[in-house]
Design a protein around this ligand. Structure first.
Ligand SMILES: [Zn+2]
Length: 415
């Protein structure tokens, strides 16, 4: 217990903690947390639908006899990369190493430090079904990455493998990593690059924009490399390509903290977080009124329209959703502009889904005047979908199909 007390801090206020039996108390803000299965637990014990499905897929994989390493897919290569930076010459017994989002494994098994942690929001659940987690020399902590339970400038190394694009708020996560890193410490990042909602667990596109606006704002990037998947053995979804020669790949970076990064607008951050968490948990109803997972929807959208990615798409999308659910006058203003400039049936489909309940006659007229052929057929399908009972029910109860409650704002670029 003494070990945890001296190494961990309250994730809310960063105050000192005291552990009494299986309770963790913050001495400053008096928040309480718990120890569960030997793991300090700073997360809500009630699991979200998304977390349940993550856990379920691991459980199923184990039941089929898959090894824990295999369940994490093509990550062995990332590990090999990390050993070039974290090895006997850079790490000793008391080096502090935090792996952020390592699921249930020891991300750096060759590191023998007594201060090696894996922070993941589900470890307290994983440990119940994967007994060998107890025997590794990594110390597991159940926490979200947006509020890490460590004091400022605690860590010599922070390592994040295939995780940053899965968290609810990747920007907040980077801010936290910056905070816990020592000034001379290093942040090692490996993450899917340009992947955009291909797999269900991902919330965020890590692409050039993200690197320029956020990674390079919060860190001095000493070394960065994107290895396209074509030249590596990363499994690729079929038919996926991006314009301008950008392809799906892995991004690797070694970073030092930037101590005077441009601050972020707090409201914008809240909007971002709600938006990404709604992607995680959102469901929608397809043209047959069937309940479907929204992340699959985005996979299909991005698959067919790879240029609609990240912030641009999200801002547009959330604006339409937000205004149609909350501000019909604002929506009409948006639509006046939209109908002059936007000919893309995909976005017209989104507009139909969002506003059919209060402006169907006007929409029908515009669609009749503008679209024909396959585009028209696509929109007719969307309209038929709006007429199914399930969607009508939702509209009648005035609930947006997606639970997006606030628009996301764009982040200004670093000068
Ligand atoms: Zn506290």
């Amino acid at each position: 217990m003494q070990y945890w007390e001296s190494n961990l801090r309250c994730p809310s206020c960063k105050g000192k903690i005291k552990i009494i039996e299986s309770s963790i108390h913050c001495e400053e803000c008096h928040s309480t947390f718990s120890m569960a299965h030997g793991v300090p637990c700073f997360v809500d014990h009630v699991l979200s639908e998304h977390q349940k499905s993550d856990l379920e897929s691991v459980r199923k994989g184990l039941a089929k006899g898959r090894s824990t390493a295999r369940l994490l897919g093509a990550d062995a290569r990332c590990y090999k990369w990390a050993t070039e930076w974290v090895n006997e010459s850079t790490v000793h017994e008391s080096t502090r190493v935090i792996c952020v989002g390592g699921s249930f494994i020891d991300d750096l098994p060759h590191v023998t430090s007594s201060f090696k942690f894996n922070v993941d929001h589900l470890v307290h659940e994983f440990i119940k079904i994967i007994p060998e987690m107890v025997n590794t020399n990594v110390k597991h902590i159940a926490s979200t990455s947006e509020a890490l339970p460590f004091m400022d400038a605690y860590a010599d190394f922070v390592y994040s493998r295939n995780s940053l694009d899965h968290v609810s708020n990747p920007i907040k996560t980077l801010i936290e990593i910056n905070r816990v890193l020592k000034p001379e410490g290093r942040f090692l990042l490996s993450v899917y690059y340009n992947s955009s909602f291909i797999y269900s667990g991902e919330t965020t596109v890590i692409d050039d924009d993200f690197v320029r606006n956020h990674l390079r704002n919060l860190f001095d990037v000493e070394w960065l490399e994107v290895r396209l998947s074509e030249s590596e053995s990363v499994p690729q979804p079929p038919k996926f390509s991006l314009p301008n020669g950008n392809g799906l790949g892995w991004l690797y970076a070694v970073c030092k903290k930037n101590e005077d990064f441009r601050p972020y607008d707090c409201e914008a951050m809240k909007g971002y977080e709600r938006l990404t968490s709604s992607f995680h948990s959102a469901v929608y109803y397809d043209e047959k009124g069937m309940r479907r997972d929204a992340s699959r929807f985005f996979a299909e959208v991005i698959d067919s329209k790879p240029f609609l990615k990240s912030d641009e798409m999200r801002i547009m999308y959330s604006k339409i959703r937000y205004l149609s659910a909350n501000d019909h006058k604002g929506f009409r203003d948006l639509f006046d502009d939209f109908k002059l400039t936007n000919k893309d049936p995909f976005w017209w489909g989104i507009v139909i889904e969002s506003s059919w309940s209060f402006m169907k006659d006007e929409l029908q007229k515009e669609i009749d005047a503008r679209f024909s052929g396959t585009e028209r057929a696509y929109l007719d399908r969307t309209i038929r979908g709006m007429k199914t009972r399930r969607i009508k029910d939702l509209v009648r109860r005035n609930r947006p199909i997606y639970r997006i409650v606030e628009p996301i704002y764009s982040f200004s670029k670093r000068v």
